[in-house]
Ligand binder design. Structure first.
Ligand code: ATP
Ligand code: MG
Length: 403
């Protein structure tokens, strides 16, 4: 069936007291933006829910877009009638049931009547609609305990709403309600998932990628832009990615610092640069894909040593997750296939044989003191950073000056 309306539920936001109005306004903006290809679409708020009137937009195209909007807990394609006439409602309920595929064996009607002027009470309506559907769909039975399909009929002041599907969405908070963070985005499996989870809490993100040409290729860069494009579908449909030239710093670190501290010092440099870009872009946090104990460079000591170079919060949404849990999310959100493409990363090229598992900030500082030009190199990398706008719509990627 080509449904004309969608009923949207948004659980957690109802708990947010004073902020509620702001969350709802942002959710409406995000829904409209996700559906901006269909200008006739209307979004209307009513009693802790929202109704989307498709006005001709095809439901099958809209559904996957709605699923990606954070803040929505579930939604139902709905048939909306402006009529309160029993026969019209019965007929519409039947057509909704007929469209369920595969055809169910059992169902149950659940009527909710908030329009008290409507002459039939809820229980009576359940029988009137249920009986009508049963007469017209031989073989179908009522099961009040565990029906395959729950046919919901809501009789409200603004119309009658009939739905039989409850499609779960991701929940969370609408992107744009919790400030901005800079995501350290590599081409791996973890950091896109970390970005997605950060966005799920309402945070807008921009990516920062460190590349080391000529050791890293154009294709490795494109992979990162592609990943940003996929993740951006869950936000505004666009994501800035700041490409930081990292070759000079990496080369300098490799020449001057002991091998087992290379990764630690490299990460500290990444965070220093990320902090500067964050300040320019008015972001309040840095997010990474680190997971405790996953590799030698992601121990508690390592995270502590890295944190020492900044006062900004570092959000690590994956810190307690197993790799299998991360892979599951990556598959679900559509980044996995791109992440596993085999292109070199700046870290894999310069990776030492045995990184220190228990680094400490004092030693890192001592080794960094050997890098006479460190401050200048960091500032130079920031100045030469190039910003790309990755888009969920292919071939719309554009390059622009930083900041
Ligand atoms: P990922 O799958 O995200 O690459 P990983 O398991 O390979 O993670 P590391 O290579 O140790 O882990 O990197 C840890 C984190 O550091 C990454 O999740 C990412 O946030 C950041 N990071 C690593 N390399 C880069 C890079 N080239 N550019 C930007 N951030 C990076
Ligand atoms: Mg990596």
């Amino acid at each position: 069936m080509n449904y004309e309306d969608i009923l949207v539920r948004y659980g957690e936001m109802a708990l947010k007291g004073k902020n509620r109005g702001m969350f709802e306004a942002q959710l409406i903006r995000n829904i409209k933006r996700a559906l901006d290809a269909y200008p006739a679409v209307e979004v209307e708020k009513a009693y802790g829910r929202m109704y989307i009137s498709l006005n001709g937009a095809p439901y099958s195209e809209v559904e996957p877009k709605i699923k990606k909007i954070f803040g929505i807990t579930s939604f139902s394609p709905t048939k909306r009638l402006n009529s309160f006439e029993l026969e019209t409602i019965q007929e519409a309920a039947l057509s909704v049931m007929r469209d369920v595929s595969p055809a169910p064996m059992t169902f149950k009607v659940e009527t909710n009547r908030s329009n008290k002027r409507f002459p039939h009470r809820s229980m009576e309506m359940n029988n009137l609609i249920g009986g009508y559907v049963l007469r017209n769909m031989p073989g179908l039975k009522v099961d009040v305990r565990k029906p395959e399909v729950l046919l919901k009929v809501e009789i409200r002041n603004e119309g009658t709403f009939i739905s039989c599907l409850d499609i779960p969405a991701f929940g969370g908070l609408p992107v744009g309600t919790s400030g901005k963070a800079m995501l350290l985005l590599s081409g791996g499996i973890d950091s896109p998932v970390a970005g997605w989870l950060t966005m799920k809490r309402g945070v807008r993100i921009e990516g920062i990628h460190f590349e080391s040409p000529p050791f890293t290729s154009e294709r490795a860069r494109q992979k990162v832009v592609d990943l940003a494009g996929i993740v951006s579908q869950y936000g505004t449909g666009e994501m800035r990615v700041h490409m930081v030239p990292f070759t000079k710093i990496q080369t300098e670190i490799r020449q001057k610092c002991p091998e087992h501290y290379l990764i630690t010092i490299m990460r500290r440099c990444m965070v220093r640069i990320a902090e500067r870009i964050a300040k320019k872009r008015k972001a309040l946090a840095i997010a990474t894909g680190e997971s405790l104990g996953q590799v030698a460079s992601q121990t508690m000591e390592s995270m502590n040593t890295i944190n020492h170079v900044t006062n900004m919060p570092i959000i690590r949404p994956l810190v307690t997750m197993d790799k299998s849990e991360i892979v599951k999310i990556a598959t679900e959100i559509g980044t996995y296939e791109t992440s596993i493409l085999p292109f070199e990363d700046c870290c894999t090229i310069f990776v030492p044989k045995s990184p220190v598992t228990r680094p400490n900030p004092e030693k890192a500082e001592k080794f960094e003191a050997e890098l006479a030009e460190l401050e200048a190199l960091i500032e130079e990398a920031v100045q030469n950073t190039e910003t790309i706008i990755a888009s969920s719509r292919p071939k719309e990627t554009e390059t622009m000056d930083l900041f």
